[in-house]
Ligand binder design. Structure first.
Ligand code: HEM
Ligand code: HEM
Length: 400
């Protein structure tokens, strides 16, 4: 068995790498597509989708390492000349597609892995690979950008592969040359190869095509973010106190992993007089644009009909009286999410310096009180408890 390549033939190591990669890629493409379009409205459906995604991701990462080893091996080897090097257009196309495929072997799995590493929760990559990557921190923007790049890159891969397979079939069935046989077991005897083109044009063409595709993915991601923001702007409110900055964050536990996210768009109308002798020292009305939620990799499902149903219930509200409590304050009122109103007592801490107040509160809600995820009856898919963390800084309106 000849292990190494020669100027005219592929050795068995290259052939094994080629067909192993082909097997992996041709399994991963339908697997990714299938996992992506599976529904996830019930416990069983979610568990099934997560399982298929875990298989996809784990095999995908394994493919990345196989591809890296293959690339290192190719660099160490002579490159067998093309059998049709005397046909410049065909050999240019064949070489460009080879470079597109080589780049796909890195860009496709790496973009998937970076997107996964930047996301919180959902289907894990299984042992022996890790969930995180050095230099990639948790960020919804990074997650979306690389998910879009992954999507575009899989399209480049599929197109290149179709051309590649069509080329191999043309050689075999129409030209009846040894191009395909040369990649199969055995060492077919070949006539002397034509003179090989000595040009970097195929590499440059492949780089240009990849840059165009990846930039397209980036533009798609930015456009989508802008659309979300534009769709959800609430009107500003004026009140005795004006919120300058703050966050309303929620943490859910899905398939055992915590996923934290927050609402980008909300308003609070606050009256508050700390010098009042009454137990009631103020009122608050907070309105949240539900569509402005980002919740790691599960943002889209969270906004869907089974969960927040943001299309039907655009806002959530909390209306409460602010009362003095034994140690600090509490807001006693009603929280309305998805059209369901639930009485709520929310203790909070407050510090006031001059005309600036900082408040923070932590509370735990039960998602079932609001009809969120009613199909997920089992806590192993989605825990009933949802943690809410609120922090805000408000300034007192000037008194004339
Ligand atoms: C059914 C699927 C496939 C068929 C029939 C096929 C066929 C071939 C043939 C016949 C060659 C030799 C070309 C020549 O010597 O001029 C080749 C080379 C090559 N193939 Fe494929 N291939 C397939 C899948 C793939 C996949 C999935 C990839 C990678 C994503 C890939 C990447 C390459 C590359 C980079 C080369 C250049 C030789 C090398 O450096 O290894 N092929 N393929
Ligand atoms: C060579 C390896 C890989 C191939 C060929 C591949 C291919 C695909 C394909 C074809 C899709 C479906 C796109 C669509 O619906 O049109 C997909 C989706 C997806 N893949 Fe991969 N994939 C690979 C590696 C990975 C890796 C390593 C990860 C993560 C660790 C990953 C994560 C995902 C995710 C999360 C999706 C869902 C859709 C999205 O958010 O864009 N993939 N992949």
């Amino acid at each position: 068995m000849v292990l190494s390549n020669t100027e005219s033939h592929y050795g068995s190591v290259t052939k094994i790498f080629h067909w192993l990669t082909a097997l992996l890629i041709l399994s991963l493409i339908p697997l990714g597509w299938y996992a992506n379009q599976l529904p996830y409205e019930t416990d069983a459906e979610l568990a099934r989708k997560a399982w298929f995604f875990s298989v996809h991701k784990t095999l995908g990462v394994a493919t990345f390492f196989v591809a890296l080893t293959r690339i290192i091996w190719s660099i160490s080897q002579p490159k067998p000349g093309l059998l049709n090097a005397d046909k410049p257009t065909e050999s240019f196309a064949a070489e460009t597609v080879h470079w597109l495929l080589y780049a796909a072997l890195v860009i496709v799995p790496l973009s998937g892995w970076i997107s996964h590493a930047a996301a919180a929760g959902f289907a894990p990559i299984w042992w022996p690979f890790g969930q995180s990557l050095p230099l990639v921190s948790k960020s919804v923007a990074v997650e979306h950008l690389f998910a879009d790049i992954h999507w575009v890159a899989t399209k480049v891969l599929v197109l290149s592969l179709l051309l590649h397979i069509a080329g191999a079939m043309k050689h075999h069935l129409i030209d009846r040359d040894s191009t395909l046989r040369r990649m199969l077991p055995g060492q077919p005897s070949l006539a002397a190869l034509p003179a090989q083109p000595d040009s970097n044009l195929p590499v440059l063409a492949a780089v240009a095509l990849w840059l165009a595709a990846v930039a397209g993915g980036g533009v798609m991601a930015t456009g989508a973010e802008k659309e979300v923001i534009a769709a959800t702007a609430l009107e500003e409110v004026t009140s005795d106190w004006t919120v300058q900055e703050g966050q309303i964050a929620i943490t859910v536990t899905q398939l055992g992993s915590e996923v934290t996210g927050s609402f980008a768009d909300w308003t609070s109308s606050i009256t508050f007089d700390e010098s009042s002798a009454e137990q009631k020292v103020g009122t608050v009305t907070t309105t949240i644009a539900v569509q402005s939620l980002t919740l790691g990799s599960v943002t889209q499902p969270a906004l869907g009909a089974d969960f927040f149903d943001a299309n039907t219930f655009a806002t959530a509200t909390f209306e409460a009286d602010l009362l003095r409590a034994v140690d600090g304050y509490e807001a006693l009122g009603t929280l309305t999410i998805k059209g369901r109103s639930v009485p709520l007592t929310m203790p909070f801490s407050l510090s006031i310096a001059e005309n600036t107040a900082k408040m923070s509160a932590k509370l735990t809600l039960d998602r079932r009180d609001f009809g969120i995820g009613d199909n997920m009856k089992d806590e192993s898919s989605l825990k009933f408890d949802v943690q809410v963390d609120i922090d805000l800084t408000a300034t007192r309106a000037a008194v004339d």
